[in-house]
Design a protein around this ligand. Sequence first.
Ligand SMILES: Nc1nc2c(c(=O)[nH]1)N[C@H]1C(S)=C(S)[C@@H](COP(=O)(O)O)O[C@H]1N2
Ligand SMILES: [Mo]
Length: 311
Amino acid sequence: MTSEAVFLRRRELVRNLGLAAGSLLVGCRETPAPRPVSVTAPSATTEVSLYPARRSRRYRVDRALTPPEVASRYNNFYEISTDKDDVWRLAEAMPLRPWGVEVVGSVHAPRTFSIDELERLVSLEERVYRFRCVEAWAMVVPWTGLPLRALLDRVRPLGSAHYVRFVTVHDTRMPGIRNQPHYPWPYFEALRLDEAMNELTLLATGIYGRPLPPQHGAPVRLVVPWKYGFKSIKSIVRIEVLEERPSTFWSQLQPAEYGFVGNVDPATPHPRWSQAEERMIDTGARVPTQPYNGYGEWVASLYPGGASATR
Ligand SMILES: Nc1nc2c(c(=O)[nH]1)N[C@H]1C(S)=C(S)[C@@H](COP(=O)(O)O)O[C@H]1N2
Ligand SMILES: [Mo]
């Protein structure tokens, strides 16, 4: 009872700070940002200077941005709910501070980064990426974040390291965890080290020019734009650098349907549906799916056996 009340009050505080940040941002576009006066929560108020981050011109998408009200009301986040339309509302109460990301394993310098340290490790940038779920829906959104590589460079993987594993927060107050106790929580995902070091692989802390809202995986999630959405794990609390290939949440549950590699590949159907086309979640338009989701120029060389080769 008491902890529930604290949980909700904290969330309310975060929401109020969010509103204050939004109204300050409007002023920032015209004149240099006045340094916000910090009263009670320095980390939340200084975020005003981090968002929106400068948009990178390297990653151009020839499709319209998905409106924020569409993308933030249609979410896959099974810890919250298996119903995409319910996630945003049920996720509102997720506590987002304090938050740490522990980086461990085969590295020279293991350490924990607070979310505030992560947001300041390098300058945040905005990247507009295509996003393609394995269920054949797609969107185009501006993420804010930093290359995962910037974090890995700080902890310095050992020469023997070949994989990176990611783990989501495990909070039994998340309604989907309570309702689906048979799933192997917490959610976990992994990449090869060379995939993790690719410049496209983003640790996202924001979307649409603001800090991530809970339903998109606040306060920090992965975005791997050439792979199906299930690889883009949300609300990360631990990153492990490993020598052997680990298992992943979905490949453990349904190995024939959601393999480790998970590259977007229109030529390889899912066992239960075609992957040749995708449906844009805002317009409903069906458009051809591109190999590597359109990012072959950056990543095709990582896969000499082709997008769907398992080795
Ligand atoms: N922890 C966690 N991460 C997750 C998921 C999840 O259920 N739990 N769903 C994945 C899937 S299947 C997709 S398509 C994307 C959806 O991200 P979005 O809701 O921000 O669009 O999150 C991915 N990351
Ligand atoms: Mo997905």
